[in-house]
Design a protein around this ligand. Structure first.
Ligand SMILES: NC(=O)c1ccc[n+]([C@@H]2O[C@H](COP(=O)([O-])OP(=O)(O)OC[C@H]3O[C@@H](n4cnc5c(N)ncnc54)[C@H](OP(=O)(O)O)[C@@H]3O)[C@@H](O)[C@H]2O)c1
Length: 360
């Protein structure tokens, strides 16, 4: 029986957070506090942290560390030392590949934030409101790789914000080309991240490996799942990624060319009408509105709009004519919430609602 947000399962699914001490790992810990379906039983990180209490191993960034997690002992990222079979991974990509594979092989279902498996043909790259049906490829992944568990990924944080803004337009009109310039917050670089003397009063027009990730991941997410195959969309993307001195929230400016001419009014109507895949509606972490359009001339703004929908809503504004392509707009989303931990938790809720986690 699929649980609904209104009807709690009798027991909660135990979950682990790998990379629990980092920026995204801490966001998982924060967002999972009091979650109706999931309960953190294991926190894991590097050998530097293993053996310490979570409170001692972690330099906590935001608000107050939940007491029940503060007491847990950090374990190494070894499947033999982690009890939970539902595993959120906030691991550095240097180690995520090997570790996530070991967990999936050992029977855990891994919800990964790292880049390592995102573009594999049998690995779903999911934003529930955009492409919930892509989870269907998990059955093939399990069969072909012999996984007792599996790997489900969410996208690069800037690609996520851009994809939510583009989904209504692609679904209504078909994208042909997209030019995207990002202004990405410091928390996107993890903790401790970018040295303060590099970023205070500064903009850095380079984020290692970010532009290729944005360019390829949007097409995968906006593609289709047919039979047992994920078919990518095929619009051209050019990305410029910039690090700016904001704390949280990635602002992306998009210029968009369609297969056929689209007016500003048509684009606005499609954006306003979009509610996303029905499968995501009503899940505990789903915002009431995955996308909100603002008419305020100078919004979205990072500080003012990053918290929309508890960090799960993407705010779109400045929808206007583009003199080179067709339409241009600005979109803002929270990088560690919608673009990482919150998105991953929503993916797990979607799997739970489809009966893919088994009994709690
Ligand atoms: N920040 C964002 O906005 C964002 C958004 C989307 C996706 N992501 C992705 O999410 C992942 C985590 O990013 P982050 O920003 O949270 O990075 P971070 O703050 O640097 O945290 C990295 C985590 O990985 C752990 N780790 C590092 N080396 C390890 C090893 N050899 N073995 C086991 N654990 C190890 C660290 O543990 P210790 O504390 O013990 O070193 C820490 O918990 C990355 O793959 C990143 O690309 C980040």
């Amino acid at each position: 029986m699929m649980p609904q947000s209104s009807s709690k399962p009798a027991r909660k699914w135990p979950v682990a957070v790998l990379g629990a001490t980092g920026a995204v790992g801490q966001t998982f810990v924060r967002l999972l506090q009091g979650h109706p379906w999931f309960e953190i039983t294991d926190v894991a990180a590097s050998e530097r942290s293993a053996g310490k209490s979570y409170a001692d191993a972690t330099r906590w960034i935001e608000g107050t560390m939940p007491a029940e997690v503060a007491r847990l002992t950090v374990v190494p990222c070894d499947p033999a030392q982690v009890k939970a079979k539902l595993v959120f991974s906030a691991l550095d990509s240097n180690v995520a590949g090997e570790v996530e594979l070991a967990f999936a092989t050992s029977g855990a279902l891994v919800l990964s934030n790292a880049k390592n498996f995102r573009m594999e043909a049998d690995v779903p790259l999911v934003i529930p409101e955009v492409n919930a049906p892509h989870l269907g490829v998990l059955a093939r992944q399990r069969r072909e790789r012999g996984f007792a568990g599996g790997i489900v990924t969410n996208a690069n944080c800037a690609a996520t914000v851009a994809t939510v803004a583009l989904a209504p337009l692609h679904q209504a009109f078909g994208l042909e080309k997209v030019f995207v310039t990002t202004m990405q917050a410091i928390s996107g670089a993890g903790y401790p991240g970018v040295p303060s003397l590099d970023i205070l009063g500064n903009v850095i027009p380079y984020i290692g490996d970010e532009e290729p990730k944005i360019e390829r991941e949007m097409n995968k997410m906006l593609g289709r799942f047919r039979g047992e195959t994920l078919e990518s969309a095929s619009f051209a993307v050019s990305a410029h990624a910039n690090r700016v001195p904001t704390e949280n929230g990635h602002l992306v400016c998009l210029s968009i060319g369609f297969e056929h001419r689209v007016t500003v009014d048509e684009a606005l109507a499609a954006l306003r009408a979009w509610t996303g895949c029905a499968e995501a509606r009503g899940l505990p972490s789903a915002p009431e509105h995955p996308l909100v359009v603002t008419d305020v001339v100078d919004r979205p703004q990072t500080r003012r709009d990053v918290g929309a929908g508890r960090g799960m809503t993407v705010t779109v504004g400045r929808v206007r004519l583009d003199p080179i392509l067709d339409i241009k707009l600005a979109a803002l989303g929270h990088n560690t919430v919608r673009g990482a931990a919150g998105g991953s938790i929503l993916n797990a809720e979607l799997l739970a609602s489809q009966g893919a986690l088994g009994p709690a």
